[in-house]
Design a binder for this molecule. Structure first.
Ligand SMILES: [Fe+2]
Ligand SMILES: [Fe+2]
Length: 248
């Protein structure tokens, strides 16, 4: 029995692919087939696979249907985290998704799922990525304060959702946690955040995140061990479409 994770499949079997980077990038060529092959060689029926957001380019459940069929056919139990591109997922209707897809896949938000004696908790998260104002020497002199204020509100809401997830697990008796965030836990220039502090507060073992695409973005956030929590990026292009084993 093993736990695997990967993020950012960005499927488009039933919708139009609008991202030029994905259309032209070598790492994305036939990525669906490569990922499915990599799963077939590793993941068994009794394993769990957490998909850490940005599942589909579809705008609604209808456009996403072929992508969901493809995900459901992957081996193991599938647990999905909400990504910024997942338009089908109304944050207030996670329960309805869980009812609709019961027996095929599970949706993680404001709830938790168990893996051995660990609770899998999670939410989309959020990071502020500028725009920054650069001075004549190329240093960061400030940033868009309005965008930052907007980001602060989203971060607060996401922190609330993560706490609901932690508390649901804790009141059920869990004391060991793995945290899944779609966004990295810290924004560029941050060394910690509400997300890293909450992971420490609950004594989480790991924070697993995705969203960062392309070589230049792979090291934007916390990696490895920090204050007793292990951080790792699992975006699909970073992993070259090999699902990452999180735990046996
Ligand atoms: Fe993505
Ligand atoms: Fe994303």
């Amino acid at each position: 029995m093993s736990l695997y994770a990967i993020g950012d499949l960005h499927l488009h079997f039933g919708s139009e692919l609008k991202a030029a980077g994905q259309r032209n990038g070598r790492i994305w060529r036939d990525h669906e087939a490569r990922f499915r092959e990599n799963c077939a060689g590793r993941i068994r029926a009794e394993d769990t696979l957490v998909l850490v957001g940005d599942h589909s380019w579809g705008h609604n459940l209808g456009e996403c249907a072929p992508d969901f069929d493809w995900i459901a056919a992957l081996p193991g139990e599938k647990i999905l985290v909400r990504g910024n591109h997942d338009m089908f997922w109304d944050a207030k209707k996670t329960e309805a998704l869980n009812t609709r897809f019961s027996g095929r896949m599970k949706f993680l938000q404001n709830n938790y799922y168990a893996y051995r004696d660990y609770a899998l908790v999670g939410t989309k998260g959020f990071t502020f990525e500028g725009p920054f104002r650069i001075d004549r020497r190329g240093r960061i002199a400030g940033w868009d304060e309005e965008a930052e204020e907007h980001a602060r509100k989203i971060v607060e809401r996401e922190l609330e959702r993560l706490r609901i997830s932690f508390e649901a697990a804790r009141s059920a008796g869990y004391r060991k946690y793995l945290v899944f965030l779609h966004y990295p836990p810290t924004s560029i220039l941050e060394h910690d955040s509400g997300f890293t502090r909450m992971a420490e507060e609950y004594g989480a073992s790991q924070v697993i995140y995705a969203h960062s695409h392309g070589e230049s973005r792979f090291h934007d956030s916390v990696e490895g061990m920090k204050n007793g929590v292990f951080y790792r990026l699992v975006s699909g292009d970073f992993l070259r479409w090999v699902p990452e084993k999180i735990m046996d």
